[in-house]
Design a protein around this ligand. Structure first.
Ligand SMILES: *Cc1c(COP(=O)(O)O)cnc(C)c1O
Length: 384
């Protein structure tokens, strides 16, 4: 056997042995809630389509019209010919909704973070990051060639101690965090982080992939505080509550202008398909005009946490930590046998020994289904 295949097979074998090999499972989503898997129909608690907008008839219609008129793809990078007029409309709407001067839309949330951080930070600078921040924030940090420091999860004092020791040696500093943490569902202490960052002239960047559209009447995690914290770099995705695809950064005009000339994932990657821009514009209009819809995913998560006697949910994400990878796999299987899709999450996505089921609640889940799922969860075998 050639060395490449030998290498791949050995890696796969090692992963199999510790139950950490992942496999793609064919899944056809019927609507915003139900999926077809292995010719079975399951109610999904694993989609980040919090408002079920991916299948909203108005959103689909907007995408269809743009697709028929403008085609399936953008044709080139936005800096070449891929900057369809719908992009300016979408960016204008996002900036207004987030209360910033300007916005830059990227091909995805992942691409946004890989582009934004290195466009701002380089050798001689300092990047601080929450240990549980999303993989693509860590990725952006690694691409930046700046000095890096990881602070303990949501530990403002630890971040402060790092800044105290290292800020004076760095030209610029940035602090990266999720607004809502994707695997735990808890929120960052944004006012305290914002205050800390201001006192050290450190730029705060918040990835609000799971807050946008569902917290603070849809405006995001930062809008849930009585006094909205100062966050100069507000990043998010169009692929969760918005229901489509794409990523964004909302910030001041100079920062956005810099992104559009320096962010490599914007410059060297094809623009978002016009149909995706049209879908996102329509979804944003729905969010703006239906604040009661945006409140439902969190309310549904709270029905679940209350039933199970857990700490009240503060986002639509509720983890049920089961321990070893095997326990999470088994739990997912039990839920599937009862008609529920809840994907098990294992290391390295989450720390070792904290394999879990990750429930994501959407506006469309019924109270009965939530209570039924909670009853099954109460009986799951655990290894923690
Ligand atoms: C999903 C996610 C991303 C990536 O966004 P995509 O648009 O799916 O690439 C980034 N950050 C966080 C916190 C996420 O949960």
């Amino acid at each position: 056997m050639n060395s490449l295949d030998h290498f791949a097979l050995r890696k796969l074998d090692n992963l199999d042995q510790v139950l950490l090999r992942r496999r793609l499972t064919e899944t056809a989503r019927e609507d915003g809630l139900w999926v077809q898997r292995d010719s079975r129909r399951l109610l999904s608690f694993s989609c980040n389509d919090y408002l079920n907008l991916s299948h909203d008839p108005r959103v689909k219609q907007a995408a269809i019209e743009a697709l028929l008129r403008y085609g399936a793809g953008a044709g080139a990078s936005r800096l070449v010919t891929g900057n369809h007029p719908l992009m300016a409309e979408l960016e204008g709407k996002l900036a207004t909704f987030k209360g910033t001067q300007a916005c830059c839309v990227f091909g995805s949330g992942y691409l946004a973070n890989l582009g934004i951080v290195p466009a701002l930070m380089s050798a001689g600078d300092l990047v601080l990051i929450d240990e549980l921040a999303h993989a693509c924030l860590h990725g952006g940090m690694q691409l930046s060639s700046a000095k890096t420091a990881v602070f303990r999860h949501n530990d403002v004092q630890h971040a402060g101690a790092i800044l105290q020791a290292a800020r004076k040696h760095a030209r610029h500093a940035i602090l990266l965090t999720d607004g809502v943490f994707s695997m735990d569902g808890d929120r960052a202490p944004l006012p305290a982080l914002a205050e800390l960052c201001q006192s050290y002239d450190c730029w705060l960047m918040v990835d609000d992939a799971h807050g946008f559209g569902v917290l603070g009447q849809g405006h995001g995690a930062s809008a849930t505080f009585p006094e909205p914290p100062q966050i100069p770099l507000q990043m998010g995705t169009l692929s969760k509550a918005i229901g489509g695809y794409g990523g964004y950064l909302c910030a001041s005009q100079p920062v956005i202008d810099l992104m559009k000339t320096r962010a490599r994932t914007l410059i060297y990657s094809t623009g978002l398909p016009p149909a995706s821009a049209a879908a996102a514009i329509k979804a944003l209009e729905i969010i703006e005009t239906e604040p009661e819809l945006t409140a439902k995913p969190l309310a549904n998560a709270q029905i679940f946490t209350q039933k199970l006697g857990l700490e009240e949910a503060t986002s639509p994400i509720v983890p049920i930590i089961l321990g070893e990878a095997g326990a999470a796999l088994k739990a997912a299987q039990i839920l599937a046998e009862n008609g529920f899709l809840v994907t098990p999450i294992r290391p390295p996505t989450v720390p070792k020994g904290t394999a879990r089921l990750r429930f994501a609640f959407t506006a469309g889940h019924s109270r009965e289904a939530i209570l039924q799922a909670a009853e099954i969860v109460a009986t799951l075998p655990r290894t923690v």
